[in-house]
Design a protein around this ligand. Structure first.
Ligand code: SF4
Length: 444
């Protein structure tokens, strides 16, 4: 019996049973419930901020700009410009008289100081309310300085975090649009990776796998992406999409506009990594790629499986609660926990869609609580009720776990070690083992 604090939340939560029920998801949060989701602007920033040589200018009060690289941890192989958070710092006077002059001045200053080729200007709530014409300011400044200045329509109140992903993808589509009359030449065996943000160097791990398979990574959206490489995005012959929540829209637009097919993948956990590598090889359909892929899998499995099994011995019968941003990660985590002998007893996401929840339902055991767009009270209640030994989440779930005296795994954007691919699976198993089996729990 799900006795929730807010009646309207009951369609967003259910316990798996023989009778399948569709979960309400992919919609705005219920008023009165403290959603774990971030706002539209934050969603846009998640997607665009890893572009390393761009200026990211937040047009709004200084508070919005506190969402910076420091809590994201995407790595760069070159420019460090993206690690700065620039803001127009709108004040009361600007709200009354408009902020366009201040925005123009800020762009002038940034262009003089950093000479960027690309500037993103993010709209925030107050800008949406006062109605500054971002398009006009960006167009005028882009023409003046002969660089790309792209507005991101991400006022916090226009929807939920998913709207921010979409606003970011629309800005990316503007950026990669070929010049009028420019011919698109597809490069064989050349892929774009979508929905990977190079946290702790994860894009580089996937790139290395692709290279070992005889394939080339053209550009990642947006881990370690640069202006120059983003401009070549239409040349890829296949898009592989990891974080579908943030990038499926972009992948579909690519297919529609440039005829580039896409494939959903996940490099979280061994099972999904192996399956994804094989699916990529199948899509490329080249005997030599098949062979190299199988060789890569065999070499990595030989190194990885014994380590996972060793950690798994100490973890049999433990239970996990999972609350993450996107559906792909939740699905992969259920499988990854199974590899370690751990049952997932509560699982939810911020932005999962109906397909994600159908897959989650098929993977979990009866009695597992599945919930969309949860609030802290629900996470706390179901984590405790289901007897979880650890909680997996991000920066907003961490204090909850600590307050409950529970083991915690950070699977979000501020972590410092990779959790993708074979090496990531080992890191994950080690981290789960060391937190769940820590002697500290004896003293709680
Ligand atoms: S003011 Fe609006 S845009 Fe800024 S952080 Fe809050 S919700 Fe997001």
């Amino acid at each position: 019996m799900l006795d929730l604090a807010i009646e309207e939340r009951k369609d967003f939560v259910y316990t798996k049973s023989k009778q399948r029920k569709a979960l309400k998801c992919d919609t705005d949060s219920i008023s009165g419930a403290v959603s774990q989701r971030a706002c539209v602007y934050c969603g846009a920033r998640v997607v665009l901020n890893p572009i390393t040589d761009a200026v990211h200018l937040v047009h709004g009060p200084i508070g919005c700009a506190s969402y910076t690289w420091d809590i994201r941890g995407s790595l760069s192989s070159g420019s460090e410009l993206y690690r700065n958070s620039f803001s127009t710092d709108l004040k009361e006077q600007d709200v009354i008289f408009g902020g366009e002059k201040k925005l123009t001045k800020a762009i002038e200053e940034l262009v003089q100081k950093y000479r960027p080729r690309l500037v993103f200007v993010y709209s925030t709530c107050v800008v949406g309310v006062i109605g500054d014409d971002l398009e006009a300011v960006c167009r005028a400044m882009a023409a003046k300085h002969n660089i790309e200045i792209i507005p991101v329509q991400s006022s916090g109140f226009v929807g939920n975090k998913s709207m921010g992903y979409r606003a970011a993808c629309d800005s990316l589509l503007r950026l990669i649009e070929p010049r009028r009359g420019q011919k698109i030449v597809k490069r064989k065996n050349c892929l774009n990776l979508m929905g990977d943000f190079n946290l702790a160097g994860e894009t580089w791990i996937i790139k290395e796998y692709l290279n070992r398979m005889g394939l080339a990574l053209n550009v990642a959206f947006t881990g370690d992406a640069k202006y120059e490489t983003l401009k070549t995005a239409t040349q890829a012959s296949l898009n592989i999409v990891q974080c579908a929540g943030s990038m499926m829209y972009l992948a579909k637009k690519f297919e529609e506009k440039y005829g580039t097919p896409f494939l959903r993948v996940s490099f979280v956990g061994i099972e999904d990594t192996v399956e994804s590598l094989r699916r990529i090889a199948k899509a490329i359909n080249d005997q030599s790629v098949y062979e190299k892929t199988e060789e890569l899998i065999a070499v990595e499995m030989e190194k990885t499986i014994p380590v996972i099994q060793e950690y798994g011995k100490a973890l049999q019968g433990k239970k996990a609660a999972v609350y993450v941003g996107g559906g792909f990660k939740a699905i992969s985590l259920i499988k990854q926990f199974k590899e370690l002998g751990i049952e997932v007893v509560m699982i939810g996401t911020q932005t999962g869609g109906p397909e994600d929840y159908a897959a989650i339902n098929d993977l979990v055991e009866e009695g597992t609580v599945i919930l969309d767009d949860a609030n802290p009270a629900e996470i706390e209640r179901f984590t405790l009720e289901k007897g979880a030994h650890l909680l997996v989440g991000g920066v907003k779930e961490r204090p909850l776990a600590y307050k409950l005296g529970l083991a915690f795994i950070d699977h979000n954007h501020d972590r410092k070690h990779p959790l993708c691919g074979f090496d990531g699976a080992v890191n994950f198993a080690r981290e789960v083992y060391s937190t769940v089996c820590s002697p500290v729990w004896k003293y709680v």
